[in-house]
Design a protein around this ligand. Structure first.
Ligand SMILES: Nc1nc2c(ncn2[C@@H]2O[C@H](COP(=O)(O)OP(=O)(O)OP(=O)(O)O)[C@@H](O)[C@H]2O)c(=O)[nH]1
Length: 767
């Protein structure tokens, strides 16, 4: 359909009719005598081709010829076309009537042209002109340039051809840069070209101007050569053509082919530039190690000790370039400062220091028993925390509606801990009395954070069990974490326990209540394995400070004549330190990013001693490290001994080799890492062969109970005779076999806790 018909709405039909030649006009009247003659001849020809069996009138043939040979859209009157539509349809049937299906004669086949939905895309600037679209200025410019370039190339080709022709005529062999076209058509190995060119008569080539490679004597010939070579770009081919001088080898090429010294390069011959031979490049010994292999080997040699490599290993090959790399590696190797120690006799130093008695105690008990408040009060009354700090905590706690937690905030420093009013992780605080240096490990009471409580308990010498004496809370606590915590600390080797019967202010300091609680708790604890002589009880109120550092001032508390909590803490027996044993320190925390000390670890020395300059090994990574600095109870020190809480500043080790729960040991006596072990266990829940998590301090490792070896007699520890147990009941003692997925540092006598599904299923001693 013509575009004109699409604009019908504009009533242009009449004008179009006029343009088409008028409504009544026929082609017969319009065509000239010459056209008529052509029609006549064409008709006769068509009829001749169709043959007599095809019934078609002359008029129809003429119509068809008119349609095919003249632009009917422009010349056929609209009305005539409209009338012809139906007849054309019918005739098309006739036209194909004699044609077999799917085998239309070639001459009757049409072409289907599908108009694209969108205009054909063109390059910006209009690179294509084939569609007749107007060109932009940019496109015109690009086309002009392209034309010019084509012209130049053509001229250049002509010139080259001329040279070739001249060479041919003179019988002179062609020298210089190989013809690209001939190379493409008949590619030859580069070495073949080289051999050919080497045999040829040497010919000097002018050099292009190149920074650093130019010499004054080359300037003149080079300029002349350039003038001549430039003439190649000119369309004037009458001038004597010159061969384009060979390009300079790239820096890469010069390196690879070991080009001669700069001073000699000006006399380079073409053949020299492309020769691949022993004269022009250093032969590489592929049998020997590659430069990469050599560097890797040097790095690997360094790894085991993590110490700087003084003398890089020499390559086996005598290759100079490899040697150069080796020397380079030596130069760029970072000389890490060697940590200098004082080589102290640590035991003698320890004796001389006349240390105070030191003790770590873990504060345990059911959630909200008042553990943090009690410890906050202790620190406040001992002036470890000043009034100003406490006032600040009070104000902030009031602002979020948790005024009663102000004292607890002394220990609960985390934002979440403060907003939720629960302890989440162990809070470590220090205070000193005249006789003893104490470290408080305030444990979370909530059952979800028992793993953190275990971590705290693993560093404790004794425990303070806080019990909420208020009505109903003691009972629920006993069923909850009061019992579980007490059992856990006992299983982890804690023998002494101080019981703070707290919140007595809420029950008017009822002596009866205190007695009742004391009786029940003592009974339970002795059953759990604590000796009666290792139990001490005190009625107190952490919130008011009664019987914490001072005696209770409330007259209702006058019935209690015993010592306040602080005195009970002080009366704890001095801790026996495993000073003579090899160094063992369980990593509690890792600190990174310090300016002076970029990598530090904290923890308690379980055994042995350590000093600045020592080399230690971290297990299970088996990586050595140097002790470049040391802090004991946050004070710088040159050494530390078992029982002290330390921060070790490390060197010569990467942080990726460290994690909480790792053990620091002397390289000569490292702790063993095991994947299976036998443990004498006290069952808290039913134990069968089952999946579980093994906890040891901060270390948690997925594992499983693989075998119930034997049920043990509680009193004697001997195996009960009979069948192997299928199930260990809560409260029973048994020997079980445990496996873990990855090796963990563990030795005989170590204490582990087994947990499954968020519950503690047992705790015991590694056999
Ligand atoms: N009346 C009274 N309330 C107390 C006393 N001690 C603690 N509380 C309150 O008991 C609530 C819980 O105290 P926390 O010290 O957070 O208890 P917690 O045992 O440390 O809690 P978790 O560590 O989360 O298990 C707070 O509202 C305290 O004010 C006390 O002696 N008397």
């Amino acid at each position: 359909m013509s575009r004109h018909k699409l604009v019908k709405a504009l009533d242009l039909d009449e004008e179009l009719d006029d343009f088409d030649g008028g409504a009544d006009s026929d082609y017969g009247e319009e065509v000239g005598a010459e056209d008529k003659e052509h029609l006549r001849l064409g008709t006769a020809k068509v009829r001749d081709v169709l043959g007599p069996e095809v019934s078609i009138t002359d008029r129809e043939i003429e119509d068809s010829l008119w349609h095919y040979y003249y632009d009917v859209d422009k010349t056929t009157p609209k009305k005539a076309r409209k009338q012809k539509v139906n007849s054309d349809v019918n005739k098309s049937d006739d036209f194909f009537r004699d044609s077999p299906w799917l085998n239309i004669p070639e001459d009757r086949r049409g072409e289907i042209l599908i108009e694209p939905l969108y205009p054909r895309g063109r390059l910006m600037g209009g690179s294509s002109k084939s569609d007749g679209a107007p060109k932009s200025k940019l496109a015109a410019l690009a086309a002009a340039r392209k034309k010019k370039e084509n012209q130049r190339a053509e001229d250049g080709q002509n010139a080259t051809n001329s040279v070739a022709l001249l060479d041919k005529l003179s019988g002179k062999p062609r020298q210089g840069k190989p013809d690209c076209a001939s190379d493409i058509s008949s590619p030859k190995p580069l070495i073949a070209i080289t051999e050919q060119t080497m045999n040829e008569q040497p010919r000097k080539y002018p050099r292009r101007k190149s920074k650093g490679l130019k010499s004054p004597q080359d300037d003149q010939p080079a300029k002349e050569a350039f003038k001549k070579s430039d003439s190649l770009a000119s369309p004037d081919v009458d001038k004597q053509p010159e061969i384009t001088p060979a390009a300079d080898p790239s820096v890469f090429a010069q390196t690879i082919f070991a080009a001669p010294a700069v001073s000699q390069q000006h006399d380079l011959q073409t053949s020299d530039r492309y020769v691949l031979g022993p004269d022009t490049y250093a032969e590489f010994d592929f049998a020997g190690p590659s430069p990469d292999d050599v560097v890797t080997k040097a790095q690997n040699t360094k790894r085991p000790t993590q110490k700087p490599v003084k003398q890089p290993p020499q390559p086996s090959s005598g290759d100079e370039s490899v040697n150069a790399i080796f020397q380079g590696v030596g130069v760029v190797a970072i000389e890490e400062p060697k940590v200098k120690g004082k080589n102290l006799d640590v035991m003698a130093e320890f004796e001389r220091s006349k240390p105070k008695n030191a003790a770590n105690f873990v504060v345990i008990g059911h959630v909200d028993a008042g553990k943090s408040t009690l410890m906050g009060r202790l620190l406040y009354d001992l002036k470890v925390v000043d009034q100003r700090t406490l006032d600040k905590y009070r104000k902030e706690a009031e602002r979020i509606g948790k005024a009663s937690f102000a004292l607890a905030w002394v220990l609960d420093q985390g934002t979440e801990e403060r907003s939720r009013g629960v302890t989440i992780d162990i809070a470590m605080n220090k205070f000193e009395t005249e006789s003893t240096s104490f470290t408080i490990l305030d444990a979370p009471g909530h059952r979800d954070f028992i793993p953190n409580m275990i971590a705290g308990a693993s560093q404790a010498d004794f425990a303070v069990l806080v019990i909420d004496a208020s009505t109903g809370n003691f009972e629920s606590g006993l069923k909850g974490q009061t019992k579980e915590h007490a059992l856990l600390v006992r299983s982890m080797g804690v023998q002494r326990i101080v019981i703070a019967v707290n919140k007595l202010d809420t029950i008017q300091w009822s002596q009866d209540r205190f007695d009742e609680i004391s009786q029940q708790v003592s009974a339970f604890l002795t059953t759990a394995g604590f000796l009666a002589k290792n139990l001490a009880l005190v009625p107190c109120a952490g919130l008011t400070g009664d019987n914490i550092v001072r005696k209770a001032e409330d007259p209702q508390a006058s019935w209690y004549t015993g010592a306040p909590l602080i005195s009970l803490l002080e009366s704890s027996e001095p801790v026996t330190r495993a000073l003579e044993k090899p160094l063992r320190m369980t990593v509690d925390d890792i600190f990174r990013g310090g300016v002076q000390n970029p990598l530090s670890i904290s923890g308690r020395l379980d055994a042995g001693n350590v000093q600045i300059g020592d080399t230690v090994v971290i297990m299970p990574a088996s990586q050595t490290a140097s002790i470049k600095g040391l802090e004991v109870d946050s004070e710088p020190s040159d050494w530390a001994v078992a029982g002290q809480n330390v921060i070790l500043h490390l060197a010569d080790i990467e942080a990726k080799y460290l994690k909480s729960g790792d053990v620091v040991c002397p390289p000569a006596v490292p702790i063993q890492c095991v994947t299976s072990f036998t443990v004498k266990i006290l069952a808290f829940e039913h134990i069968t062969p089952m999946h579980c998590e093994v906890h040891k301090g901060r270390l948690h490792a997925p594992g499983r109970v693989t075998k119930l070896v034997a049920q043990l007699d509680k009193a004697s520890g001997a195996a009960v005779k009979g069948k192997k147990p299928r199930l260990i009941k809560p409260g029973s003692v048994a020997r079980v076999h445990v496996e873990v997925d990855d090796p963990i540092p563990l030795e005989q006598g170590g204490r582990v806790i087994l947990r499954a599904g968020g519950e503690t299923i047992g705790a015991g001693l590694v056999e």
